[in-house]
Design a protein around this ligand. Sequence first.
Ligand SMILES: [Ca+2]
Length: 302
Amino acid sequence: MTKDITLPRSTVALTILLLVCSSGVVLGQGGTGREPTAPPPKKSTTPARTSRPSSRPLPRTRTNQAGIEFVLIPSGNFMMGSINGEASEKPVHRVKIGQPFYMGKYEVTQGQWLAVMGTTIRQQRDKTGGMFISDEIDGVGDNYPIFFVSWEEATNFVQRLNALNDGYLYRLPTEAEWEYACRAGSTGDYYADTVNAIGWSVENSGNRTHVVGGKQPNAFGLYDMSGNVSEWCQDVYHTNYDGAPPNGSAWVSGGVSQKRVLRGGGWFDRAVYLRSADRFKDSSDYREGGIGFRVVATARTQ
Ligand SMILES: [Ca+2]
């Protein structure tokens, strides 16, 4: 079922990461995180002149010290929203993504969550205060996506990643970045001809989440953008796109107070809610069995 994934497990290294992060100590520059390095100084006899910063190409993929794999998403323009969708997806509008950014290849997994935040999926479930506590949890394991995670906790997760001080700035994706990355150049309802090929919905999931990377990726190499777990974005939810920023930044002024955007639908949704333009929302402190997230990173030198 799985494809070419090589996912981290709860290794000693990840345990060390947890211990170091929880102790408040900033990790060094070792590990697997690749650090952009400045070119060596050149000796020159010619007069110095003002020049542009180095335009060295960013690596296409990278894996950070928490074992999160990232794919470089190129800059570009796209039409956000859908004329076929709900009122919240309109008006369709052009968005410019001015800078490339890294996006998590997969949804954040339970193994990564445990390593960074120190809680298991069952401990997350128990935070629901009883609503789901009697339920058996389907989809438990290091390579399953984390769920029962609120927006607030997802932002705490990226703050822990930022404490790595590894040369990258981590955050949740903006809603525009999320749709741009999901579409990967596609303009239809889904990023593939057949939704069953790309996403776990209630029609094919067996009413449970699945190991990340079990379906076909999109053209950028991202898995499970549609389905499996629905994903938190930075933005405050707005009921439509009137006044939406055209530059792909997070839309956090106005909107529906305390509601944050969710994207991609999940294993519990009908396939129609896995469309690239589909939007949903929940309170920033809400958690349930089908909501997770993925992470964006940008080089601090950008
Ligand atoms: Ca997803």
